[in-house]
Design a protein around this ligand. Structure first.
Ligand code: AHR
Length: 656
């Protein structure tokens, strides 16, 4: 009897399995609007790692423009009669150079800057040179400003030149616009004294005239455009470990990143000597891309700013000395940094000096900051002890600001299990989770948020990326698995409020960490496969979750789901449904969409992202090799059959 029952059960299971093998029926309850999807859901996270700011998004082409690197001539070649002085007009950047007659009519005095891995010039493009200068003896001096190609076989290395006259003994800013006569990826900027005068030169700067929105202290156009094209809902900044610093003195201090750029003091970049196998001793932070530029860019690309501020703990991974932790009763200056930042962003210029600085910098209207994250990857009781006074004071003064705490550097484990309940107790509004994990983790984590508590802090997946196939690189399969994982994020929009892939940027010659979302050299850039996935999500974010199940369960790559992941939403503004299906398996899968609540023909489209090669990636030479393809389609409701090719991410748009 028992045996007969077992056979019957097995037979039933087999029938069921073969039914699934033939066609997977997705029940999409279009007549049931689920949780609202926060507009912040898909965002960006910027950290100055991989030469993301200086040498990357920040448009400045001159390295060590204020001669403040500890090696004051780092990045410069110096020739002739040049002296380093330190009583310049900017108290936080006091160094400058004095260039004088070399004493020989055929030997010139001057300096040449190598830029970041060279300076990229584009033929016909204009470049704005500027310098603070004076003639220390009064009178007049002339400098020659030259765009050079040191590797040329032509007679002259300089291909564009202009002279700038400096007059009088007062410090003044001088500018010149130069049009590049040729395209060079690794050029230099040469500044040479003409004749036998004497000139003091400080803050020698060169920007493309065409920056993002034409701002003078602006961002590199192609990179900022790549951010804008993502339509990021939220913009986390400035890190990352950079927030913590290798020690407290080198933590990111936002107050040093605002006001006139000439007087923003240099900070070390903690990524310059973090890895002995990717060593960049010339990596510093000029703070030229500071908090004002960040808030402005957030506004211009339509993102909610989400600053991260030090909780008074230097990097817990690296620094184990006593001095790495501020005693809790000495935290007030750190707490003030948060309170003052909120004023800088939102305050009234008439009553608050930080708000006045914002207005003086060109933005009298508030930036409407809504979030602050306190601490990056911190852990242990010490984090809780440090966080508490921040929470108390921010809550009291700014009850509407949402506070983000962290669950530590890992996606699970002891620290994670300790911190989440603590975050509930302390009343964090969101908890930042980080996961740089292998392919297996992404394949198995489709259900991660299905059973999270529905009450209490929301999740901010603040740093994540699939690191797979034995190498940390931007291959297509990693992007596909990120797409699969994100179906679970979207389905749980009542729990997850935002998610930001990391890191964002990398210079091909200057990276410390990969994979990254957007890569570039001095003139070109490309958007990785992961970028394509982020953009597909962001452009089809929707406003409400729509329930989508297969045999009564979410489609999350479970063992009986043939590698399929799926989610659905409705977009009120566009009046359409988006159904996302990721086939991570090796075979095409047939899916019947059962669109409950819909009838008749509906126009729409299907956007598919697929690569012939799982290791495939976009490159500087082939930036568009792997991109989604959009095709118009017509959908028949209530049931419509589709076939999802192996290793493919497909988004169906169905007009209501
Ligand atoms: O994204 C690179 C680093 O990874 C971040 O700085 C840090 O938060 C994490 O460990």
């Amino acid at each position: 009897m028992k045996r007969q029952k077992l056979i019957m059960t097995l037979a039933t299971m087999l029938v069921g399995m073969s039914a699934w093998a033939q066609s997977h029926e997705f029940l999409v309850q279009t007549n049931k609007l689920g949780a609202p999807i926060p507009s912040t859901m898909y965002g960006i996270f910027f950290e100055d790692i991989n030469y993301a700011a200086d040498g990357g998004l920040y448009g400045e082409l001159v390295k060590n423009r204020s001669f403040e690197f500890p090696d004051h001539y780092m990045g410069w070649s110096v020739f002739g009669n040049v002296q380093l002085k330190n009583d310049g007009p900017f108290d936080k950047n006091p160094h400058y150079i004095r260039v004088g007659y070399s004493g020989h009519s055929d030997k010139f005095s001057g300096v040449e800057n190598e830029g970041y891995f060279g300076i990229g010039y584009e033929q016909g493009a204009e470049y704005r040179f500027s310098v603070w200068a004076r003639c220390p003896q009064g009178g007049r001096a002339t400098i020659r400003v030259m765009l050079c190609d040191p590797s040329t076989m032509e007679e002259r290395q300089q291909f564009t030149e202009q002279q700038v006259n400096i007059e009088g003994s007062e410090w003044k800013k001088y500018t010149a616009v130069l049009k590049a006569a040729k395209t060079v990826n690794k050029g230099t900027l040469r500044v040479m004294l003409r004749g036998n005068g004497q000139a003091d030169l400080e803050h020698i700067s060169l920007f493309p005239v065409k920056t993002w929105k034409g701002h003078e202290n602006g961002m590199r156009q192609d990179l900022a455009q790549a951010l804008a094209d993502l339509h990021p809902g939220v913009f986390r900044f400035p890190g990352g470990c950079i927030v913590e610093g290798t020690d407290l003195a080198t933590r990111y201090q936002w107050k040093n990143s605002v006001g006139p750029v000439e007087n923003r003091p240099l900070n070390e970049n903690r990524w310059h000597y973090t890895f002995d196998y990717r060593f960049f001793p010339d990596y510093y932070q000029s703070y030229g891309l500071g908090f004002y530029e960040y808030f402005l860019l957030s506004e211009e690309i339509g993102s909610e700013p989400l600053p991260v501020i030090s909780v008074g703990l230097a990097c817990q991974f690296q620094n184990h000395s006593e001095s790495a932790h501020v005693p809790v009763d000495e935290l007030q200056p750190y707490i003030d940094d948060v309170l003052d930042l909120i004023e800088f962003a939102n305050g009234d210029p008439a009553t608050n000096s930080w708000a006045k600085l914002r207005a003086d910098m060109g933005h009298p209207a508030p930036f409407n900051l809504k979030y602050v994250a306190i601490g990056n990857e911190q852990w242990g009781q010490t984090y809780i002890d440090h966080l508490q006074p921040f929470v108390d004071q921010v809550r009291k003064k700014y009850p509407n600001i949402k506070i983000i705490g962290t669950s530590g550097p890992n996606s699970e484990g002891e620290d994670f299990d300790f911190l989440w309940p603590e975050m509930r107790k302390i009343g964090a509004d969101l908890v930042d989770e980080h996961f740089y994990r292998p392919e297996t983790w992404f394949l198995q984590s489709g259900n991660r948020y299905d059973n999270y508590p529905r009450k209490g802090p929301k999740v901010f997946a603040g740093e994540y990326a699939c690191h797979g196939r034995g190498k940390k690189w931007n291959h297509f399969n990693a992007a596909l698995l990120e797409a699969a994982f994100l179906t679970g994020v979207e389905r749980n929009a009542d729990v997850v409020e935002m998610a930001t892939y990391a890191p964002l940027f990398a210079h091909v010659e200057g990276w410390q960490w990969r994979p990254d979302m957007i890569w570039y050299d001095n003139l070109r850039s490309f958007r990785s496969c992961s970028y394509q996935v982020q953009q597909m999500y962001s452009l089809t974010k929707g406003t409400n979750v729509v329930p989508l199940t297969m045999a009564g369960k979410p489609v999350a790559g479970n063992s009986d789901q043939d590698g399929l992941f799926a989610s659905a939403n409705f977009d009120k503004a566009a009046n359409c449904y988006y159904i996302k299906i990721v086939n991570t398996g090796d075979k095409a899968q047939d899916v019947t969409l059962n669109l409950k609540g819909m009838k008749g023909e509906h126009s729409g489209s299907v956007t598919t992202f697929h690569a012939d090669n799982l290791d495939g990636e976009n490159t500087l030479d082939q930036p568009h090799r792997y991109e989604p393809v959009v095709k118009p389609i017509s959908i028949t409701a209530p049931t419509h059959n589709v076939s999802i090719p192996a290793k493919t991410f497909a988004v169906y748009k169905i007009e209501k």
